[in-house]
Design a protein around this ligand. Structure first.
Ligand code: PLP
Length: 228
């Protein structure tokens, strides 16, 4: 077995164990392989083992890799998105995890309509309020952004995403991930629609995220190794 796929399977097994501990069905959790900074050959190795969902955080890097890899890869854009790159990201990503402003979302919706394409997106929420993190923090802002999301037609609002602080304790992780789940429940009720994706959990904290309800974990270093 390829070494990378072996890592992938180990992560998948840990996801499964965490899901079962929490009384959840492991099949409802997507393992997104975050391939940023790693070469196309590494992605190809996992692709050949059957993996199809990959995450990237820079548009040029994503375009470069997408150009040399099979077309049925589902690319997730997980990085901060500059408005002037909106069109390019819509061309290559199936899901955008990092929508954190009305201006950005309106632009994505306008371009998607122009090009007559449809893409899923998540609202990024900064649950911990940590200043260095992207994402919407203030409840009023989240409300306004969610109203905009619910009104989109080409852009399909699929759920929420968050990142926990790197140095968070187990108690803090629980608060951040549990907090995102509560936001999801509240917004589902307010807008009377399903928000099926809760994108939370990275290499260092995904088991806690799964216990708190994550449906999509974004795993880089535990699969590909340390980034430079
Ligand atoms: C890099 C990155 C990840 C993966 O991080 P690891 O700790 O290597 O698993 C997940 N989410 C986002 C938004 C990232 O930028």
């Amino acid at each position: 077995m390829s070494p990378l796929f072996e890592n992938y399977c180990k992560v998948r097994e840990r996801i499964r164990a965490a899901a079962l501990r929490a009384g959840r069905n492991p099949a409802e959790i997507l393992l997104l392989a975050v391939s940023k900074t790693f070469p196309a050959e590494a992605i190809r190795e996992l692709y050949d083992a059957g993996v199809r969902a990959f995450g990237e955080n820079r548009i040029v890097e994503l375009e470069t890799k997408a150009a040399v890899l099979p077309e049925d890869i589902q690319w997730h854009f997980i990085g901060r998105l500059q408005a002037n790159k909106a069109r390019r990201v819509l061309h290559c990503a199936t899901m955008i995890h990092s929508v954190d402003s009305i201006a950005l979302l309106e632009r994505l919706e306008r371009i998607a309509a122009e090009e007559n394409i449809s893409r899923k997106f998540l609202l990024e929420i900064n649950v911990s309020g940590e200043a260095s993190k992207a994402g919407c923090t203030i409840p009023e802002e989240i409300g306004a952004l969610a109203r905009c999301a619910a009104g989109c037609e080409k852009m399909q609002w699929a759920g929420l995403m968050t990142m926990a602080p790197a140095d968070a304790s187990q108690a803090e992780l629980k608060m951040v991930f549990g907090g995102l789940r509560e936001w999801r429940d509240r917004l589902e009720e307010e807008f009377g629609r399903r928000l099926e994706v809760l994108s939370m959990g990275m290499s260092g904290d995904f088991e806690c995220a799964v216990e708190q309800g994550s449906t999509l974990v974004r795993i880089g270093s535990a699969i590909f190794g340390r980034r430079e």
